[in-house]
Design a protein around this ligand. Structure first.
Ligand code: PBG
Length: 326
C-alpha cells in the first residue's frame, strides 16, 4: 500500500510550527473598542445583555481611553446616550451634546496614541429611535436626514473626532458629509462608511446599551440579510462618494460580503463584531458550553481571515493583552 507523499499535517506538528505558518494574526493595532457614554449617570452602569461592558460617565471615559491607549489598540468608537431626545435628534448637533462632549474628553486623553472615532447616526438622539428624521407620514426621510448628518459631521469634527462612522444607511450620506466637511475646510476629517450594514437581530443587546427608543425595525434603510450582491453595490457607492474606509456589519454572519468587498475595494475594509455576537459567546461561556478565550480568538481571527483590515470588537482590550502574551 502506498503511503501519502504530501502530508499537510507536517506543518501542524508543534506549537512552534503552527505559529510560524499561521496566515492570520491578531495585532492590537487592528482592534477598535466601542465605548458608550451616558449623560445622566454618576457611576458607570453595567449593560445586562453585554456582561463586562458598561455605559461610561464622562469621568470614567477618561480612564477607559487611557487604558485603550496603553493597550496599543488602534482606536475607540464613541456612542452617546443623551438624557433627553426629540424628533430631530437635536443633541447630536449640539456642541454640548453628550457625544460631542465625550469626543472632546476622549480626544484630549488619547493624544496621538489612538484614533478617536464617533458614531454618526441619529438613532441615539431621536425620541422615535430611527436613524433619521421622519416625514409627515412617519417614514424615514432620506434627504432631510442628510441635512442633519451634515451638521452632525461638523459638530463631531469640531469636537475632535478624526474618523466619522456613518452608520445610518441613508443614500448619499458619504457624499453629503464629505461636501459639508470640505466646505468648512475640514479636509482631514476622515469618513468610515458603514457601507454594507444589514438589518440584523444581532444588534439586540446594543439597543439596551444605548437605551434605544425604537419601535418597529430599520428594514427600509438597513439591508436585507438575504442580499450579497447588494452589499457590494453599497460598498462601491460609498467608495465612489469618497469614503476613506468601508465597513461590513455585522461580522460573523456576513463573512461572504466582507470577503467580496475586501477583494475589490481600494480603501481599507473593516468589520464590526456586534453586540449580539459578543453576547452569544459570553452567554455560552458563562454556561460552560464553550471555551471563552478560544471562541473569542476564533471569531476575530475568522473575521480578519475573511478580509477585514481591522475589527471593531468589545473584546479589543482583552484580545490585545492576550496577543502581547502570545
Ligand atoms: C446605529 C448603530 C447600531 C449599532 C452601531 N451603530 C444599531 C443599529 O443599527 O440598530 C449596533 C452595534 C452593535 O450591535 O454592537 N447608531
Amino acid at each position: 500500500m502506498s503511503t501519502p507523499v504530501i502530508r499537510p499535517r507536517r506543518l501542524r506538528t508543534s506549537p512552534a510550527m503552527r505559529r510560524l505558518v499561521a496566515e492570520t494574526r491578531i495585532h492590537p493595532a487592528q482592534l477598535i473598542l466601542p465605548l458608550f457614554v451616558r449623560e445622566d449617570i454618576s457611576e458607570p452602569a453595567p449593560i445586562g445583555a453585554m456582561p463586562g461592558v458598561v455605559q461610561h460617565t464622562l469621568d470614567s471615559l477618561k480612564g477607559a481611553v487611557q487604558d485603550a491607549a496603553a493597550s496599543g489598540i488602534g482606536g475607540v468608537m464613541l456612542f452617546g446616550i443623551p438624557a433627553t431626545r426629540d424628533a430631530i435628534g437635536s443633541g447630536a448637533t449640539d456642541a454640548d451634546g453628550i457625544l460631542n462632549r465625550a469626543t472632546r474628553v476622549a480626544a484630549a486623553e488619547a493624544g496621538d496614541a489612538l484614533v478617536v472615532q464617533t458614531d454618526l447616526c441619529l438613532d441615539e438622539f431621536t425620541d422615535h429611535g430611527h436613524c433619521g428624521v421622519l416625514d409627515a407620514r412617519g417614514r424615514v426621510d432620506n434627504d432631510a436626514t442628510l441635512l442633519r448628518y451634515r451638521d452632525m459631521a461638523l459638530a463631531q469634527a469640531d469636537a475632535g473626532s478624526q474618523l466619522l462612522g456613518l452608520s445610518g444607511m441613508m443614500d448619499g450620506q458619504v457624499a453629503a458629509v464629505r461636501e459639508a466637511l470640505d466646505g468648512h475646510g475640514l479636509i482631514d476629517t476622515a469618513i468610515l462608511a458603514y457601507a454594507a450594514k444589514y438589518s440584523s437581530a444581532f444588534y439586540g443587546p446594543f439597543r439596551e446599551a444605548v437605551d434605544s427608543q425604537l419601535r418597529g425595525d430599520r428594514r427600509t434603510y438597513q439591508q436585507d440579510p438575504a442580499n450579497r450582491i447588494e452589499g457590494g453595490r453599497e460598498a462601491a457607492l460609498d467608495e465612489a462618494e469618497g469614503a476613506d474606509v468601508l465597513m461590513v456589519k455585522p461580522a460573523m454572519s456576513y463573512l461572504d460580503v466582507l470577503s467580496d468587498v475586501a477583494a475589490t475595494a481600494q480603501v481599507p475594509v473593516w468589520a464590526y463584531q456586534v453586540s449580539g455576537e459578543y453576547a452569544m459567546i459570553e452567554a455560552a461561556a458563562a454556561n460552560g458550553w464553550i471555551d471563552r478565550e478560544r471562541a473569542i480568538r476564533e471569531s476575530v481571527t475568522g473575521t480578519l481571515r475573511a478580509g477585514a483590515g481591522a475589527v471593531l470588537t468589545y473584546w479589543a482590550l482583552e484580545l490585545s493583552a492576550w496577543e502581547k502574551n502570545a
